[in-house]
Write a protein that binds this ligand. Sequence first.
Ligand SMILES: [Zn+2]
Length: 326
Amino acid sequence: MNQKNNKFKIILGITLILAIIICSFIVENCNNNKKYTDVNLDSSKLNIFYFNVGQADCTLVTINNKNLLIDAGNKSDGEYIVEFLKEKKLNNIDYFIITHGDMDHRGGAEIILNNYNVGQIFMPEGINEAEDDYQDLKKIANKNNKQLSKVEINDKFDLDKAEFEILSVKNNTSNSANESSIVIKLNYLETSYLFMGDATQDIEKEIKCEKIDILKVGHHGSDSSTSTEFLNRIKPTYAIISAGDNKKYNHRTKDVLQRLKYANIQEDNILITKNQGTIWITSDGINIEIQTKKDINLDGTGQIGQMSIYDICSFFNAIEYIRLAS
Ligand SMILES: [Zn+2]
């Protein structure tokens, strides 16, 4: 009997010691809960992150703590976007542009609006096809004491020393949600960047734009966007495609990749989030540097079912919060 008791005590002791070691490890990691330690933002430069959010869109533009977020990925990407922004101490979103109502652009907006200080929120208004999306987001914005606003072509906004301009948007039309997309041109000194949303080739014909440095390719590289005529007019040096694995849409077509190459864009300058991960641009307004970051993966659909250290830490932080509050 005594032997049995001793055995039980030893097992209990070992279990307790292991539990203490595991808890210490978790708490230690929660205190250093940083995933992106090698991303050192030089806020004196323009930084653009074309995030890897799978088959969706989300781009962050930041300069001197002024921030523009273009789209919010799918719903499951939202928490990872918030996590990145918080870790990088980007505490305000000055402008939040939802290019159009499709879920792969607005899905993560709810969690962002619930967690973040957002200045102005823009989205096309009165599009039949996207009316439900618009009303849903309007409710979420209103719940957070925010308004959805519309923009018009030629509207311009300052972002510290950079500025951005609206080149296309369709409000109150029967056009499709994709055709309603807000198209944005960002200028920073001698450099320029075009963000197409899911705008189609018909919209490209209407857009007034000449030479740009970086094209965020329309509609995830789908054949319905990025005509040869358009490429010959805007002559991008780099082309970035945000696309994931989703075969359902057959988006990134060979034809578009061919058109980009025929438009004299070097093969190395065509970057796809599915292959390269998040694409991080820095610029002093004259030179452009490009880094590809596979470790910045904000694609929630690729992370479902995996409990991250972030989730565990949130649990421990919540306990700590309750302890301090009580
Ligand atoms: Zn899309």
